[in-house]
Write a protein that binds this ligand. Structure first.
Ligand SMILES: Nc1ncnc2c1ncn2[C@@H]1O[C@H](COP(=O)(O)OP(=O)(O)OP(=O)(O)O)[C@@H](O)[C@H]1O
Length: 446
């Protein structure tokens, strides 16, 4: 804190503090070289070198600069920006009244505009998470708090977090989206720059905290400690928390118990890998935005190849479309097969027999019995699951599957697959079983 208020000295102190707080390129590009042009009452007028820099500072750094100034002076002040060139103010000042609006736009910049509820395709694998996210977005802090969403890589967790963020922003709420890694880095920087109070203000003065990939704070003691207090402050003040993770709270083994139990206070919703129909629906939605129409059989082909990661599914579609364009080929199955050629062998290596073995082992029956003629419940259920997985994982035809299941007719196979598909709509246990079996299959395939 300064005793004398020489504006230039104050500004030097502020620059030193800003240098500690913001990334170097940002400081060098926008902040370095600024100066105090005048002090009008409680407003510091800061001169930037161009209109672009003036607007940049006003939109992105106003709060940080105002805070640093307040700290240097020991009292709150407003801050305004002008273009200052050749010893003169050029053009109008940034609008001091736009702080709230610029803050809202600052929050909004962190959200991907494509990740909304409207662009999220709902299927059995993500229905629960989607419904919970929608409920939270509509009535933040009044339904499930925290909402904990978990699932494997590339299955739409970030998408749902952003979708909640967009809706809450439209309600005028202060929304902050961060990954747990950013939270950790922010905390480390704050500790280093001795600005932990500001860090706390930032995280504890918002209405909706969306924190992605929380698994990364497991094992980091001081981050967990800080997050624990952030969680408590927000939760007890009736603010919404939404957390995502690649696994359920119970499986976060190096997470402190007190945090784990808090994560279980609200609702825990999982996202599973999408079934074939959902994958096709996602591709259809993505293909709508493309310049060229994608034939149905090509979409189904891609959906059969890429099964457990929607990011990869989108990537495969883009790759097929780009390949056809670059090679000047029509968008056909042939082009798709060629475009995805190096993605295919791994999938092909999984055989129906392997699937039968893994499924049999999972349900504690023998592979011979699954292939055999007996039709008691203990066998029919795993048999149908194995048929379903054989179709999903290998893309084999119905007669081929029938053959591998002891020479069964293809209509029997179709019946079994459809039975599992319709069960999956509402049977949570079956969904989990299939996910666990898939995990084993992928593990064994490596
Ligand atoms: N149900 C869905 N409908 C439409 N697009 C989806 C859906 N689920 C995921 N996506 C898309 O898949 C991509 C990956 O999703 P996202 O980044 O949300 O995954 P994630 O679960 O957060 O992954 P990670 O574990 O890598 O953080 C995004 O482009 C997202 O828009």
């Amino acid at each position: 804190m300064l005793g004398i208020e020489n504006p230039n000295e104050v500004w030097q102190t502020v620059l030193e503090s800003l240098q500690q707080q913001i990334p170097r390129p940002t400081f060098e590009t926008w902040v370095k070289g600024t100066q105090v042009v005048s002090v009008r009452g409680d407003t510091f007028v800061i001169g930037a070198r161009s209109a672009y820099a003036r607007d940049w500072l006003a939109h992105r750094l106003r709060t940080v600069i105002a805070r640093a100034l307040a700290e240097a002076l020991g009292r709150p002040v407003a801050v305004d920006f002008v273009v200052y060139e050749n010893g003169r103010i050029q053009g109008p000042a940034s609008n001091p009244g736009e702080e709230d609006a610029s803050l809202a736009s600052l929050w909004a910049q962190r959200l991907n505009p494509r990740y909304t509820f409207e662009t999220f395709v709902v299927g059995p694998s993500n229905r629960l998470a989607h419904a919970a996210a929608l409920a939270v977005a509509e009535r933040p802090a009044q339904t499930y708090n925290p909402l904990f969403i978990y699932g494997g890589v590339g299955l739409g967790k970030t998408h749902l977090l952003h979708a909640i963020g967009h809706v809450c922003l439209r309600k005028g709420l202060r929304v902050l989206y961060v990954s747990s890694e950013e939270f950790t880095n922010d905390l480390i920087n704050a500790i280093r720059a001795q600005t932990t109070d500001q860090f706390r203000d930032k995280y504890r003065s918002i209405d909706v905290l969306l924190i992605d990939d929380i698994q990364f704070i497991a094992g980091k003691e001081s981050t967990q400690e800080e997050f624990f207090h952030t969680f408590n402050t927000l939760h007890s003040n009736g603010k919404q928390l939404v957390i995502s993770s690649d696994r359920p709270p119970r499986a976060l083994v190096t997470l402190e118990e007190r945090l784990r139990s808090r994560f279980e206070w609200g609702l825990i919703a999982d996202i599973q890998p999408p079934d074939l129909e959902t994958r096709i629906a996602i591709l259809r939605a993505k293909a709508e935005g493309l310049a060229v129409p994608v034939p149905d059989d090509v979409m189904e082909f891609i959906a059969r190849q890429i099964q457990s990661n929607i990011r990869e599914l989108e990537g495969a579609l883009n790759r097929v479309v780009a390949y056809a364009q670059l090679m000047g080929l029509p968008l056909t199955m042939e082009a798709a097969t060629r475009a995805l050629a190096d993605l295919l062998p791994r999938r092909r290596s999984l055989s129906i027999d392997q699937i039968i073995e893994v499924v049999a082992d999972f349900y504690g029956v023998s592979a011979e019995a699954i292939r055999g003629p007996r039709r008691n419940k203990e066998l029919v259920y795993p048999r149908q699951v194995a048929m379903y997985l054989a179709r999903e994982e290998t893309g084999a035809s119905l007669p081929q599957i029938g053959e591998a299941f002891g020479g069964r007719d293809h209509t029997t196979v179709l019946y079994g697959i459809e039975k599992v598909q319709s069960e999956l709509e509402h049977n949570e246990r079956l969904r989990r079983e299939i996910m666990a079996i898939r995990e084993r299959l992928y593990r064994e395939e490596k």
